[in-house]
Design a protein around this ligand. Structure first.
Ligand SMILES: Nc1ncnc2c1ncn2[C@@H]1O[C@H](COP(=O)(O)OP(=O)(O)O)[C@@H](O)[C@H]1O
Ligand SMILES: [Mg+2]
Length: 329
């Protein structure tokens, strides 16, 4: 699954903690995943599962401290970003990978025009580019995301939420990254414009043949916008497969639970059944399967030993001793 020329991102056994007072939060626990060039991977899981931490680790923008990168490798286009110097990291950010955050307001500087914010990124990565060229390119980027070039000299507060997120996308794409990390890019937006923004991201991703990691807690979004899916629970990948395989033959009880809490598309004959209980306390993770205390199939063995991520069908990985149990969702 990794190591060939087509793999753009390869995370290997990444473990990340945060120190929080006297406690250690085990945020990301031995995560390995790959994204091929041009491919779109959905990273799905509840709040607190470790999704944003993974994306920030790829960008090398974790707040250290409190974050501690305990171990692992993050290969981006053949370079292990963990080992790069700060100067090299700055170059990678924007050119190899760029990130869109959940809330466009925190990503934008209220004191700078949107045009200047795009220009700033271009200038950092192209120190020799003339002012005029930077301005032309910034206007072109605005138009690429559906904002009229004339709005170049306006400030963020003059834009609606959806338009602000378009500006954020323009900034992210200004230096032609090969991987886009989109961290719940529409959660903070009005539902009526969520699809517009996701469609725009998808269209640009296809056009530019970018790889993408789309972070979401919404399986509906995964169904529409991703090629492959990694389901993450308590900092661990619990299931990993291509989208069709996962939607047809999901095997992990947590994944099944996520599907069970989706509204039925065929009407209301199937009631919503949210997963009972809560995720474990990340400062005191249990032994064995982290989902066992919420799982109706769990046996003592599930709680007594570490459960490996096993390939249960070609390209379909699952971290569950009961993966052979059919149905139940
Ligand atoms: N700066 C931080 N300091 C301490 N703990 C943090 C910090 N950022 C995230 N965490 C903790 O790390 C875990 C994973 O968080 P996060 O990566 O934000 O998850 P997600 O994006 O899936 O909601 C959570 O338990 C969260 O509380
Ligand atoms: Mg998050």
């Amino acid at each position: 699954m990794s190591g060939d020329n087509n793999t753009f991102l390869s995370m290997r056994n990444v473990k990340i903690e945060y120190t929080s007072g006297h406690h250690i939060v085990q945020a990301v626990n031995d995560v390995s995943l790959d994204i091929e060039r041009g491919e779109s991977l959905g990273l799905v899981g509840e709040t607190g599962a470790g999704k944003t931490t993974i994306a920030k680790a790829i960008m090398q923008i974790l707040p250290v401290p409190p974050a501690i990168f305990k171990k692992g490798e993050i290969w981006l286009d053949g370079q292990n970003v963990v080992e790069l110097s700060e100067t090299e990291k700055i170059k990678i950010r924007g050119e190899k990978a760029a990130m869109i955050f959940q809330d466009p307001m925190t990503a934008l500087n209220p004191l700078l025009t949107v045009g200047d914010q795009i220009g700033e990124v271009l200038a950092v990565h192209n120190p020799k580019m003339a002012k005029r060229e930077i301005m032309e390119k910034s206007i072109e980027m605005l138009e690429t995301v559906g904002i009229p070039g004339e709005r170049f000299a306006e400030y963020p507060h003059q834009f609606s939420g959806g338009m602000k997120q378009r500006v954020v996308i323009a900034i992210a794409l200004a230096c032609n990254p090969e991987l886009l990390l989109a961290d719940e890019p529409t959660t903070a937006l009005d539902v009526t414009i969520q699809a517009q923004i996701l469609d725009l991201i998808k269209e640009l991703q296809k056009e530019r043949k970018m790889a993408m990691m789309l972070i979401t807690h919404d399986l509906g979004i995964v169904a529409e916008y991703c090629d492959r899916v990694a389901v993450i629970y308590a900092g661990e990948i619990v299931e990993y497969a291509n989208k069709e395989e996962l939607f047809r033959r999901r095997r992990h009880p947590y994944t099944k639970g996520l599907f069970g809490s989706l509204p039925s598309l065929t009407g209301n004959e199937k009631r919503l059944s949210p997963i009972p209980g809560l995720p474990p306390d990340p400062t005191h993770l249990p032994m064995g399967c982290k989902f066992a205390h919420r799982c109706r199939h769990a046996s003592p063995e599930c709680k007594n030993r570490e459960i490996p991520l096993v390939e249960i069908a070609p390209g379909h990985m699952c971290r569950c001793l009961k993966a052979h149990i059919k149905g139940g969702d």
